[in-house]
Design a protein around this ligand. Structure first.
Ligand code: PEP
Ligand code: MN
Length: 368
């Protein structure tokens, strides 16, 4: 593997210039499953073998992990291929058990990062450790919570601290399980430039078929590492079956990423910044489309009410007032009033088209 510079990872046991790949199943399910996946992954240049043994489930009844017993399966499988084992810890007791079992990399899950009380307890339990600790972003797009979790661990003297971008839940995830919102990890990088960053494309994508596209973006944005879920037989996985790659898919993906990877020397600071900004721009455009669609839905509801009361669909006074309000609001943030007027006319035209389509729907008296 020749690769991008990972200057941040010099002290982490990652060969200089290599992408630090953490791979393995969502959950440790059995000793056999762990050995199978480890042997398959040994053929790629992975940094650490992952598996969750305590699985935070939103609702009871799902597979909650093998528990402490799974630590042994994970550590044995990782030792067999000469790589450190990585697992998620959510409580001081987990952290203690994991360190005692010989886990070499700890990560803190999205639900835990979101809880400052738990982060304070974990920071206390992990004070001064040399074992790398990676902090996933919180489930909601709340940068201060992510920064706060990292700062608590930093203040506790955790020596090797990293961040993992795993996407954000909410209504606007588009085709993904968790919206990537690249601007948030990019801002984290700006605020904490010495913290190496991983991207977890599996939890962002939620679908094995979309893991690759997220990896490509992460590599372009010069993340130092990737955390990818790989299962010896994904359809049979006890958790996150849809998003785990089969070993052959993973090996092909890693080989392909290597070929496409921009070399750090060729990627000037300026190119890197441009690529970050372009991704942000695309993200913003996607949001614009979703906001326009939401506006049309509201207009359709209004059309139904207007129709049921026999009111006109177009109210000239309101139209004029809205235009003036938007021009004033636009001017306040540096948008040209003529541009605002053109934009509003276009949006309004499509709104009217959608409203008349709604009003023409037969049968209904317009009741909500
Ligand atoms: C995981 O890595 O399997 C996991 C549960 O991650 P997250 O905290 O990102 O949901
Ligand atoms: Mn998972």
């Amino acid at each position: 593997m020749s690769g991008i510079a990972t200057g941040q990872l010099d002290r982490w046991g990652v060969p200089i210039g290599r992408l630090a790949i953490i791979a393995g199943p969502c959950s440790a399910e059995s000793p056999v499953q762990m050995q199978q996946v480890a042997q398959a992954l040994a053929r790629a240049d992975i940094w650490a073998l992952r598996a969750g043994v305590w699985k935070p489930r939103s609702r009871p009844g799902a597979f909650e992990g093998a528990g402490a017993e799974g630590l042994r399966w994970l550590v044995d499988a990782a030792r067999a291929i000469g790589r450190p084992a990585a697992t998620e810890v959510a409580t001081p007791a987990h952290a203690e058990a994991a360190l005692q079992a010989g886990i070499g990399v700890l990560w803190i899950g999205a639900r835990t990062t979101a809880n400052p009380f738990m982060m304070a307890e974990l920071a206390h339990a992990l004070r001064g450790v040399e074992t790398p600790v990676l902090v996933k972003n919180p489930v909601s797009p709340d940068l201060p919570l992510w920064l706060g979790a990292l700062e608590r661990l930093q203040a506790a003297g955790v020596q090797r601290l990293g961040a993992v971008h795993r996407g954000f839940s909410g209504e606007h995830a588009g085709p993904y399980r968790n919206a990537p919102l690249w601007r948030i990890p990019i801002e984290l990088r700006r605020r904490m430039p010495t913290i190496p960053m991983w991207c977890d494309p599996s939890h962002i994508a939620g679908d094995a078929a979309r893991v690759e596209e997220i990896c490509r973006i992460a590599v372009e944005l010069l993340f130092e590492g990737l955390m990818i879920e790989v299962h010896p037989n994904p359809p049979s996985a006890l958790s996150d079956a849809n998003q785990q790659l089969a070993p052959a898919q993973f090996l092909a993906l890693v080989a392909d990423l290597e070929k496409r990877r921009p070399r750090a020397e060729a990627s000037s600071e300026c190119e890197r910044r441009l690529s970050e900004l372009r991704h942000d721009l695309e993200d913003t455009d996607r949001q614009l489309v979703r906001i326009l669609a939401a506006r049309m839905q509201l207009a359709r509801c209004i059309a139904r009410i207007q129709k049921s009361h026999g009111w006109a669909m177009f109210q000239p006074d309101r139209w004029q007032a809205t235009l003036e309000r938007l021009q004033a609001e636009g001017t306040a943030v540096g948008l040209d009033p003529d541009f605002m007027a053109d934009l509003y006319r276009l949006v309004h035209e499509e709104t009217l088209r959608q409203k008349s389509e709604e009003a023409a729907r037969d049968g209904e008296g317009g009741e909500e």
